[in-house]
Structures are given as C-alpha cells and as structure tokens.
Design a protein around this ligand. Structure first.
Ligand SMILES: [Zn+2]
Ligand SMILES: [Zn+2]
Length: 274
C-alpha cells in the first residue's frame, strides 16, 4: 500500500478547519511513513467581499514554524514533509517561480483553480465559467491554460487534478469524451514530461464524478508517452478523508502497467514500487 497521502489540507488553508495534529495522528493510524501537508496558496486570488476569509493566502512564516515544531515532536512516529498546493495562472507565472524558491518545500502541487484572475469567468467552481459556451469549449480552455502554465513556470513538481472542471460542470452530466481533448492533453503531458514534472491522482474525484482525477484515458496517454512521475493524494480537507479510495487507485495503477509511484522530498521524486 502507499506510504503517504500527498495531498492534504489543514486549517492553514482557507477552506479547511482541520488541525495539523489530527492530520498527523490520522496518518499514523493509517500506517503511513510520512505525513504531507499541501495547504492552499492562490496568489492574487480575487477575494469576494461577502466572504473575505476565503482569500487562499498561506501564511508561510506561521506554516513553517508550526509544522517544523510538529516535525520535531513526532519525529519518532512519522516523518512530516512540508508542501504547498500552489494555484497557477499565466498572469503570475514569474511570482510562482520566485515563491517556490523562497521556502524549503519538500513538495509543490501546481493546480489550476482559476484560469485567469477574474473570479466571474475564470473559476470552474462557478457556473459562470461555463456560460455562453459548451462544456467541451470550457474544458478545452482549461487544458489550454494548464499547458500554457507549464510552459511559463517551473515553480511546481506535479500538476494537480488536471481534469478538475469536470467536477463542477453545471449540468452535472460529467461526460468526458477524451477524443475531444486528446490533442491539447497530449501537449500538456508532453510538456510536463519534458520538464521532469509529474501528475497526481486525486481521489477527491471519486465521490464527485465516480473516478479519481484524471480520467483513465489521460493516465493511459501519460503511460504511452513514458510519463513516470505520479503522486497519490486524497485532497482531504478533513482528516477522515485521508487516503480515501487509495485501494482502488493501487489496483488501477497495477492494471495500467505502472511499476512505481512517487513521493517528494526536497522537491525531488523518490520512486516507490507499487
Ligand atoms: Zn486543488
Ligand atoms: Zn487541494
């Protein structure tokens, strides 16, 4: 079984109130060797005045201070690794690169939560993202922005939940015909591989769309292109969801012929046999 859950949010994220201690204890209870923290940081996030606490700005000083203390405290029970889920947009690619070098991260997930910095039409979470266009057009726009992001910055290690907008499609049909996107997804995956970056399997998709992100056809293409770096994460925002669906993912990766998954330390991948 996997040695860690590489995508977990604590109360350092705007959208979680889970204590880091609960997360660590849950990781110990699950038999993990490592506890990863990947709290949100979405630079220049357009804050809604009705909801000012949801700013997705990580207090890096407090974060490293707290997690470094816990790392010491729990060192005989589990190894804590400090990461971040960095929101990526083309407009802030330079800042993302600079920030990734400013702190001693073990691991950085780069994720597209906003495709541009206008919350009205840049965030697949909101129905306005899909307005005035088909789902195919909206998803293509998302994949194109991801491919652009990969060309613009090295400030991440793996790309998070790469087919994320399917989760939020307003008509809830969750239809995804891979052929409609195969060309742009191939560009995206090739760019990631050329840069030595990986992808993640994100099991939060299972409860929302019936399978873990990304879609199996994307994983198959990644394998065919000789993509090797895959991290596994639940995207848990409460500790109960840590390692959700991991058995299923383990089986899937074996069926697809993958031999390894990855864990990051000091932003370098370690390859662990499945
Ligand atoms: Zn995310
Ligand atoms: Zn997340």
């Amino acid at each position: 079984m996997f040695l860690a859950d590489c995508h977990v949010h604590s109360s350092f994220s705007s959208d979680s109130s889970e204590s880091p201690e609960n997360i660590i204890q849950t990781c110990i209870d699950r038999g993990f060797k490592y506890a990863y923290f990947t709290d949100h940081h979405d630079m220049n996030f357009p804050v809604n005045s009705n909801n000012p606490d949801m700013d997705f700005q990580l207090d890096f000083e407090a974060y490293f201070k707290k997690l470094s203390q816990l790392k010491e405290l729990y060192k005989n029970k589990i190894e804590i690794r400090i990461g971040v889920e960095q929101g990526i947009c083309p407009e802030i690619a330079d800042k993302i690169s600079a920030l990734s070098d400013s702190y001693p991260f073990d691991f950085i997930i780069g994720s597209s939560h906003l495709t541009n910095l206008s919350i009205e039409n840049g965030d697949p979470y909101y129905p306005s993202y899909y307005e005035g266009r088909t789902n195919v057009e909206a998803y293509r726009d998302y994949f194109e922005t991801e491919a652009e992001n990969v060309a613009l910055t090295d400030g991440f290690d793996v790309y998070g939940h790469i087919d994320y907008p399917i989760r939020y499609c307003p008509d809830k049909d969750f239809v995804f015909n891979f052929k409609d996107y195969a060309d742009i997804i191939e560009t995206l995956l090739k760019r990631l591989i050329e840069k030595g970056k990986g992808i993640e399997i994100n099991t939060a998709g299972i409860t929302k769309i019936g399978y873990a992100h990304p879609h199996i056809e994307i994983l198959k293409m990644y394998k065919d292109l000789n993509g090797e770096i895959i991290t596994i994460g639940s995207d848990a925002h409460i500790s109960e969801n840590i390692s959700y669906g991991f058995d299923q993912v383990h089986t899937l990766l074996n069926e697809l012929g993958f031999k390894y998954y990855s864990l990051y330390k000091d932003r370098k991948p370690e390859f662990i046999s499945l």
